[in-house]
Each structure stands twice: as structure tokens, then as C-alpha cells.
Design a binder for this molecule. Sequence first.
Ligand code: ATP
Ligand code: MG
Length: 563
Amino acid sequence: MEEVGTGLLDRLDAMQRVAASAPGGPMLIVAGPGTGKTRTLTHRIAYLCAELGVFAEHCLAITFTRRAAEELRTRLDGLLGPVAQDVTVATFHSLGLTILRENAAAAGLPKDFRIADDTEREAARKEAGDDDATYVKLLRGQDLVDLDELVTLPLQLLRKDPDLVDRYQGRWRWIFVDEYQDVDDTQYELLRLLCPPDGNLCAIGDPDQAIYSFRGADVGYFLRFGEDFTDARLVRLTRNYRSSAPILAAAVQAIAPSSLVRGRRLDPARLDPEAPLVGRYPATTATDEADFVARTIDDLVGGLSHRSLDSGRISGNAAGVSFSDVAVLYRTDQQAAPILEALSRAGIPVQKRSHNRLRDRAGVAAIARELRLANTDTPQTELPARVRRAGQLLAERFATPTLDSTGNAPSPADVWSAVEVLTPLAQRCGNDLEQFLAQLATGAEVDALDPRAEAVTLLTLHAAKGLEFPVVFLVGCEDGLLPLRMFDRNTDDDVAEERRLFFVGVTRAQDRLYISHAQRRFRLGSERDTGPTPFLDAIDAGLFERLGATEERRPKDRQLRLI
Ligand code: ATP
Ligand code: MG
């Protein structure tokens, strides 16, 4: 840790410094990808505490994923030392859980209420039919709350109790929200109650990275921040420290047709004249595309040598790339199968995560139940060992399958794959079973990403938000897949959101970006002709290096094109 206070702002550029050292009051930081939003946020909190005498316990930082919260916590520890522990770092769900635990009686809940797992929810749903009131009663009878209620119940409490509002406003006088472009109605209302219109709310985000409207997020809250909060200060960060100049140029051109930021600017801080162009590979099929990914990773990491060394970073390999530097990003989870197959054939280790809820993954609910049951005889054992043990028991019990919420029995393979996903999460929870189970109930798969794993990371584009990797493969860049055609016709808004998703994907890359698309792909039950995504048309051909020899073929039916 550096000496607290000294030089805190020295490692920021001029605009980041303005944002980090601004006085109190509402502030909106509008900043594109890779402009150092997280860095600015953590330095602002550290500066306020170390230089301006703000108490760390008066600070509340809210992020959207557990993983982002952990990242924030680690960086604050580095800047502030032990004082950082007094800052509340939360996701909206964990914030709701804290408020509910502190006010359980007022919410009509016992102190030790739990979040219902899928089986419990489904059972209550079946019994209650369409009757939402009955549904809640059935859960309450078992001291359970539904996940969605983690935000709605605290809202109800605060709406009817101005004293409670006062108490929380007195406790969290400084509120920071990352990825503000993705707040939804209930999260927004909770924030409005926790923070007065002239309060110290620092909202950070990028409207061009709003990609969660399908879950109810509304970028409108970001765009009208100035109306909601009095005399809001506006700070723009425009210097991108993440990506090489060609990657950044491609990103800026790609978002231009539907940018929500007037006069959007993103200037490259990195001006290496040797930076490689964006690789573009027109594949014949999904298998050909997957082989290209495997072949290229193999070349970058150092050919055959990695197999004997069993470790990623090989001294002397030309590109200096390790497996953990590489991510493969795609629009839909189904696209992962051929990639996984090709990488495993090439002996390349992988970790795969989606943005789906952890509890929706086969095997997770069964493991959670098993852990709860086993808690009375093994509470001293470390959590990862307990997770493994639970997996073992479940896999053995396969002869009498354990039904999950969907009525399916998780197979031993499901159980072991769940154990693998949960282990890094268990490691980070120490021995705190309740915290671990709360994370299983509220977290997304991507929260369980292990950033230190020597493995190539496979992610859906939604899960990749906020992350960065030296090498990124953006696969399946085809019309109909990205933009994904969900219905007969996509609305203009749908297509704009898909373009933002493409922008998020491109801007995850630091040094090398590969974009690929297949001419034929098996989708929705049959093999179809496909064409490259129209999003590529916005990018200068001069920014691409064509890879492979395949002659690009336009699909026959151009009417299928959306824009
Ligand atoms: P996103 O919109 O994708 O979430 P972001 O704005 O949150 O991006 P960060 O992840 O905070 O960006 O920063 C991107 C990268 O740039 C990080 O590797 C960070 O360390 C680096 N960076 C940010 N600011 C500076 C700076 N002033 N000097 C050097 N590096 C910086
Ligand atoms: Mg960020």
C-alpha cells in the first residue's frame, strides 16, 4: 500500500483528477470504455477519506456484479489500507439484503430468513398458481423471501417510514454507483430514497454500453440525471487507456450510427505504431471458426510447448501471451459448444461463464441444499472442501436422482461442472456458509470467474461487461446472431442495443482483436446461410487484416437483413 494520501491523484490524468477531487453534491461521470471509470471511482473514495476527512463508513459503493464489487474492494484496500473495510461495497441485491436483515422484524420476517432456492420457489409457484399474494404467504410460512424481493421489500419499508430513510441517509452520506446506465426502475427508486436530490451521489457510466434493457434496465435514468438531481456536475472522461489505436478506432466507428452520447469522443492514450490491425476471419462453418480460434491461441501462446509445461506463460513465446490473457466472446451460450470442442482438442484449458443467474445452472441448487443439510456436522471444514464433498455425495446419489427446479435431475457431470464453477467463489467466502449461499442465490455465473486461472475465458457478451483482456476473439459476428434476431422483426431499439453489445465486445480488447463470422451455421434446427453482421460495414476496411483464404460469400436472401 502506498502511504495514505500522498500522491493519490498523481496516477490520474487531468480529467480523472477533476472527477476524483470534486466537492460534494450530485455528479455524473459520462465516460466511454477503458477511460478509467473504476480507477477514478476508487481514487475518489480514497481521496475523500484520506484528504477531505470523510468517514469511510459514510461511503456506499454500488456495482452490478459480485465480481466487480470484489475488484473495487481490493483496489480500495490497496489505496486506503484497513480503513477501506469501513466502506460499504455492495450490489443492489446485497444492499437490499443488508437493509432487510437490519429491519427484519419491521418487514415481518424472522431474523434468520433465507432466500428461496429454485425448488422452493417452483413448489410455491405450483401451489399458488397465478395468485401472487398466496405465493408470498407460502414462502413466508417457511421463512423465505424471493430474490426479487431483496429490492422490493426494502423499498416498501423505506416508502412508509421516513425515519428509516433519515437513518440510512445519515449513514451513507456518499453514494457511488458504477454502470449507472443499467439501473432498472426498482433500483432507481431505492437510490432516490437513499439519496436526496442534492445529495452526494456520484453516478458513473456509459449510455453506449447500456445492454440490459431486456431485464428492465432503463438508460433513460442516466440520460435525465440532470433533471433528477439538483445542480449536478457533469464530468467527461475521453482518454482510453485500454485499447490499441486500431481497436479503439474500430470501436468508435462501430458505435457511431447509434451513439447516445452527443459528440462522443474517445482518444487513444496508446499510440504504438506497431499495433496489429483487427484480424477478420471469414469462416466457412462454426467448426472452421472454432478451429481458427484454437489455432490462433496455440500460435500466440507458443505452440506445442504449453502442453509439456502445463502453465500458460511460456518464456520466449513470440507474443508473450498466456491463456489467462485470452477471452472468446459470443452472443448466445449455444455458440460455446464448437469452441469448447476445438479448444479441448487442442489441449487448451478453458473456463466458461455466462451472465445467467448461478442458481439457474443445473446442480447448483442441489449443492446448496446439500451444504445446508450438512452444516450441523461439518461447519469447521473449509468451504471448498465442503462443496467438493457435497458434489461427491450428489454424484453418488445419481441412482436416485435429485430433481432441480425444472424437474430435471442434474447428472453427475452437471454436478461436477457446478462444483468447478463454485470452487473459486467458495475460496473467496472463507468459511462463511451464509454469505456463500446468499451469493449462490443472488449471483451471476460470471461472479464465479477466477481471474487467476490459467485458462482461456469463454463469455457471453453480456457477461464480459466491465472486463478487459489482452486478446479477444469476437465470434459469430453474423447478421441474425449479432444483431440477434429474436422475433420476426427487430425494432430499431433492439438493433441499437445489439450494436451497443457489439461495441462492448470490441472494447474489451487491449492488444489484439479477432472478429470472425461463418458463411453457414446450424441454428434454430437447421443449417442456414449467413452473412457478416451489418455492424462491420461501419468500420473502415483499412483497420482490418484479412485472415484465411476463404472467399466471402454474401447470403442469397438479402431480405433477411435487418438494417
Ligand atoms: P469499462 O467502460 O469497460 O467498464 P472503465 O472506464 O471502467 O471501462 P477501467 O477498467 O477503469 O475503465 O480502466 C481501463 C484500463 O485503463 C485499466 O487497465 C486501467 O488500469 C487503465 N487506466 C485507467 N486510467 C489510467 C491512467 N490515468 N493511467 C494509466 N492507466 C490507466
Ligand atoms: Mg468499468
